[in-house]
Design a protein around this ligand. Structure first.
Ligand code: MG
Length: 168
């Protein structure tokens, strides 16, 4: 019999360009640059969706929400996260916890992390204790360090529930 736990990971990158909005973990970050993207370019949520989908054996975010589909142009990534959690629960899993690492050189987002965790927890309909967001620079190295892009890693743990008819 399969164990009741499933892990998943996710990774995403978006280019940064002057004058665009920067959204991370569902929160607008004040900055002179933002993510170049078909959606709102929230790398953290995209990595998180892939971690959740991977744990549930549901392929990836591009499969479910293709950037060739005009319906997803400029979409709030929190909507994609909520839809992802619905798919996960429909397959009979409940969230254990998620852990995210944001990689960006600037700006410092330390003070925004509680709001980010709250925002993700709300979109996933889970307790904020189940959501951890961390941020790091890359010590000016690489594309993140040169401020050409922003990256995020995420892992998730899912727990098999008894039925596949979860109310969410
Ligand atoms: Mg993306």
């Amino acid at each position: 019999m399969a164990p009741p736990f499933r892990i998943g990971n996710g990774y995403d990158v978006h280019r940064l360009a002057d004058g665009l909005e920067l959204w991370l973990c569902g929160v607008r970050v004040a900055h002179s640059k933002g993510a170049v993207a078909h959606s709102d370019g929230d790398v953290a949520i995209h990595a998180l969706c892939d971690a959740l989908l991977g744990a549930a054996g549901l392929r990836d975010i591009g499969y479910h929400f293709p950037d060739t589909n005009a319906a997803y142009r400029g979409i709030d990534s929190k909507i994609l996260l909520a839809r992802t959690m619905r798919m996960v629960r429909e397959k009979g899993y409940e969230l254990g916890n998620v852990d995210i690492v944001l990689c960006l050189q600037r700006p410092k987002v330390k003070d925004l992390i509680p709001a980010m965790q709250q925002c993700l927890a709300q979109a996933m309909q889970t307790d904020v204790e189940n959501v951890c967001v961390k941020a790091t620079t890359t010590e000016t190295l690489g594309f993140v360090g040169r401020e050409e892009g922003v990256a995020a890693y995420a892992v998730s743990l899912l727990v098999k529930t008894n039925g596949s008819n979860h109310p969410n």
